[in-house]
Design a protein around this ligand. Structure first.
Ligand code: NAG
Ligand code: NAG
Ligand code: NAG
Ligand code: NAG
Ligand code: NAG
Length: 360
């Protein structure tokens, strides 16, 4: 295992341990918010909530900080288990850190699941293409697939639940929780989709806004008009930053270094070309499969979320350029077997006390 990856893993697991130790089953339920705030007869939703207590005396208590890790389907419960301790370390131990799964997400109800079984989901996901330009068929097929997906979602919209799972209702739930804790105003930290939620809350309940951090802001107009092209607008710039910083960091620091940024780019293109012609098989413990062009594109897209991933990405690419799959197979194992893909990225950020500047 590479030293760098070992470092990241140690980092991750050390914090998992700390987080679990601190949280010791301190959680509570919020189990009867109305599905429809205008009509109590429409039934109720139950919110899964988890709290990391402040550790100061009552006189110094700073109140609760709610957070949303993005998605919109990311689970704040999962996120809290890995990173609530880190958030508190960054924000101050006078605050309770409160994560809740928005209605429809993970442990909260109604349970919205388009797929009936994990097998169904896995079969669907296995057909996903990252690079829509990889073949002539990739884009039109993807368009058609998501038309099927949308139709399936409508067909399986049990009890019309989808119409109640909306950001304005999540904002109302958040206000209910603020009130339940006896607070006048919301303190909040939102990442990515969490910035849309924070903005909607602030628009709906301006007199209830305390201190609110929106980190890694979505383009709100784009988000609410289903025009998500902003998600990839700066991807080429992030890729270029990898080439530039790898070059300026030098061969001691960047394992994928070469004589110029454009040479580094050419070396990456060479790896892509080679993988298209001949994907690389790997078997490493229980992890096995093939490293394909599309898979590498996907991993790099993920890595571009944070410069903190650049060093490990460089090691992975340097190895791949000589056909060595050691690091990439470990990354794939982590990415697809740990339910931590995004949380891992976020942990690295928060630990370094840096702001998140990409959409999660
Ligand atoms: C919520 O209730 C109101 C009042 O009965 C109704 O007009 C509205 O359509 C309901 N919302 C949904 C999403 O069903
Ligand atoms: C956290 O605080 C609550 C009161 O808000 C208390 O009931 C609970 O025992 C505390 N949990 C821990 C682990 O200290
Ligand atoms: C939600 O439904 C899915 C599919 O039916 C199921 O696999 C999952 O365990 C359910 N989740 C919860 C929290 O009940
Ligand atoms: C998509 O593929 C075509 C044909 O290979 C190529 O000419 C074009 O530059 C590609 N577009 C992008 C955005 O990569
Ligand atoms: C692949 O790279 C790793 C880490 O750099 C190294 O330990 C290993 O010996 C290499 N494998 C081969 C077959 O060269």
């Amino acid at each position: 295992m590479s030293r760098l990856l070992k470092g990241k893993l140690f980092f991750l697991f050390a914090f998992l341990k700390v987080a679990f130790a601190q949280e010791s089953a301190d959680s509570f339920d919020w189990s009867t918010v109305p599905l429809n705030y205008s009509n109590p007869d429409d039934g109720t939703a139950a919110l899964a909530v988890i709290k990391l207590n402040a550790t100061v005396e009552a006189s110094q208590y700073g109140g609760p900080i709610f957070f949303n890790p993005g998605g919109p389907g990311e689970s704040a419960i999962d996120f809290a288990l890995t990173s609530a301790g880190l958030m508190q370390a960054a924000l101050g131990n006078q605050f309770d850190i409160i994560g809740f799964d928005p209605r429809g997400v993970r442990f909260s109800t109604p349970n919205i699941s388009i797929f009936r079984t994990e097998e169904e989901r896995a079969a669907w996901v296995a057909q996903e293409t990252v690079d829509m330009n990889s073949t002539k068929e990739a884009l039109p097929e993807s368009w058609a697939r998501y038309q099927a997906f949308g139709q399936l979602a409508q067909n399986r919209n049990d009890n019309n639940f989808l119409s109640f799972v909306s950001t304005d209702n999540v904002a109302r739930d958040m206000l209910s929780m603020v009130k339940a804790l006896g607070e006048e105003k919301l303190q909040y930290y939102g990442i990515s989709y969490g910035t849309a939620l924070g903005a909607v809350f602030s628009t709906m309940f301006p007199d209830r806004v305390g201190r609110v951090v929106l980190d890694g802001c979505l383009d709100m107009d784009g988000y609410f008009s289903n025009n998500m092209k902003f998600m990839t607008e700066d991807t080429d710039k992030a890729m270029q930053a990898f080439f530039d910083t790898c070059h300026s960091a030098g061969p001691e620091v960047c394992a994928f270094y070469d004589s110029s940024p454009s040479q580094i780019e050419a070396n990456l293109e060479a790896i892509y070309d080679s993988l298209r012609k001949q994907p690389l098989p790997y078997v490493s413990g229980d992890s096995f499969g093939i490293v394909t062009y599309d898979l590498l594109r996907g991993l790099i897209l993920l890595g571009l979320h944070t410069q903190d991933f650049f060093p490990i990405m460089a090691v992975m690419l340097a190895e791949l350029s000589v056909g060595n799959v050691t690091t990439i197979s470990q990354m794939l194992y982590l990415t697809y077997h740990a339910p931590l893909t995004h949380s891992m990225l976020i942990i690295v950020f928060i630990a370094k006390d840096r702001s998140i500047n990409a959409c999660i």
